[in-house]
Design a protein around this ligand. Structure first.
Ligand code: URA
Length: 430
């Protein structure tokens, strides 16, 4: 195949065959097709879209670009994935909960993508923790502590690893076929029996409307079902950040508080709801599942799994019990309420972009990030505020990106005279 011809084909709106997708994606994975051609092709896909069959083919090509993990020796395997949000540290809490509930989580996670955070970047706030595990260790750890988590490598769905990093810096993230194939290629390659998908909808998500979110959820459930997996999708609100913290170390700190049973209400409820989905997919009664899921946050069992997981992947587990050790950026600045009233809106996209501006995410491929910077939501939508009261707090390092971040947050904040109607967190299920 001639690569410019394939780019032209997509540019002009035609559908690729499986063989053409193999030439592009496997050629890129092997280093034979350069970044600049794939960047142009990704933008063509972004603008022209893909047909259902084409998206399913792309997913299978990506899943097959490396090894396919065989989890058949493990009991009750479950995987979870979010389509990406701001302050979405759910995986850090839910995966040890699932392990404490007797399920086995052996999953692949991503790094930050555009204005959204990634589980691997967050966990790297803990010194020594590594996302690179050889397959035998990954499987042994999953068997022993019920939780192992890797990043993309040359072994598992390497095509997604490379495409993901390129999409992150070429404005080609928020595109249904690219998201569906990215997520589901990882799920198919890592082999779990059950997959719970958290499809984010709203200002800070890649899918802005409930209809777009449903379409993405259906596409992913369809791809997974065709591949013989049990897939459930929950659509959840991402108009405003989840919990209070956005930024890598800050999110790990909030996840630890949640694992100790002291987390914010929205975050705790979402983790419990997703745990119930996973248990129900394994045949458990929903009411009993909910009681069991809540208990893991109260009795320390999920925290204990998290501690064991951190240590098993080389991390300094003392950070789990001594939160003061985290390198939180020392600079502080607040964004205050322009008038008295109720917080009506804290725009998740503004918060995500503010974290990027402060250095907590990437503008170029492979760039180092500052794990210690971020934003704290001091007052959530619905809370009363006085004029001049602090609503958002920035954690910055030496003023880097501060002005840009402050402007973004000011633009994303709305205070109204009347309290807004509360937003539902769980919008739908597929
Ligand atoms: N999460 C992923 O793994 N891939 C995407 O494309 C978006 C969110």
């Amino acid at each position: 195949f001639n690569v410019p011809d394939l780019i032209r084909k997509k540019r002009d709106g035609a559908a690729h065959t499986r063989e053409e997708l193999e030439a592009l994606v496997l050629g890129y994975t092997r280093g034979e097709v350069p970044d600049y051609q794939i960047s142009a092709w990704l933008m063509a896909v972004y603008l022209r879209g893909m047909q259902e069959q084409e998206t399913a083919d792309l997913t299978l090509v990506m899943a097959g670009s490396g090894d396919l993990m065989n989890l058949e020796g493990l009991a009750r395997t479950v995987d979870k994935h979010s389509t990406g949000g701001v302050g979405d540290k759910t995986s850090l809490i839910l995966t040890p909960m699932l392990s404490a509930l007797g399920l086995t989580v052996a999953k692949m996670s991503g790094r930050g993508l555009a204005h959204t955070g990634g589980t691997i970047d967050k966990l790297e706030s803990i010194p020594g923790w590594t996302s690179e595990l050889p397959e035998d260790r990954f499987l042994a750890q999953a068997r022993e502590i019920g939780l192992a988590l890797v990043g993309q490598s040359k072994d598992l769905a390497p095509a997604d690893g490379k495409l993901y990093a390129l999409r992150d810096v070429t404005a080609t993230v928020d595109c249904l076929p690219l998201i569906a194939s990215s997520i589901m290629s990882k799920k198919l390659a890592s082999g779990a029996h059950t997959v719970v998908l958290d499809v984010k909808v709203g200002a800070g998500a890649f899918m802005r409307t409930l209809d777009d979110g449903r379409a993405l959820a259906r596409a992913m459930v369809d791809i997974g079902t065709r591949a013989g997996r049990q897939v459930r999708a929950v659509l959840t609100d991402m108009d405003t950040p989840l919990g209070h913290m956005a930024g890598n170390s800050l999110e790990v700190l909030e996840a630890l508080a949640t694992l100790r049973g002291e987390g914010p209400h929205d975050l705790t409820e979402l983790c419990v709801a997703l745990a119930v989905e996973a248990l129900a997919a394994h045949g458990e009664d929903e009411a009993a599942a909910e009681t069991r899921a809540r208990a893991t946050l109260q009795d320390g069992s999920a925290l204990q799994r998290f501690r064991a997981f951190v240590a098993a992947q080389g991390g300094d587990a003392s950070y789990v019990d001594e939160p003061g050790k985290f390198d939180v950026a020392p600079g502080r600045a607040d964004v205050t309420a322009p008038q008295a009233g109720f917080v009506e809106r804290i725009d998740a996209l503004s918060v995500g972009r503010a974290v990027l501006a402060l250095g907590g995410g990437r503008e170029r491929k492979g760039e180092a990030i500052d794990h210690g910077v971020g934003v704290e939501v001091l007052k959530k939508p619905g809370e009363a505020v006085q004029a001049g009261e602090a609503v958002l707090r920035l954690y910055h390092r030496g003023g880097r990106g501060l002005e840009v971040a402050q402007t973004l947050l000011q633009e994303g904040l709305r205070v109204a005279a009347a309290a807004p109607a509360p937003d539902a967190l769980i919008l739908d299920r597929v």
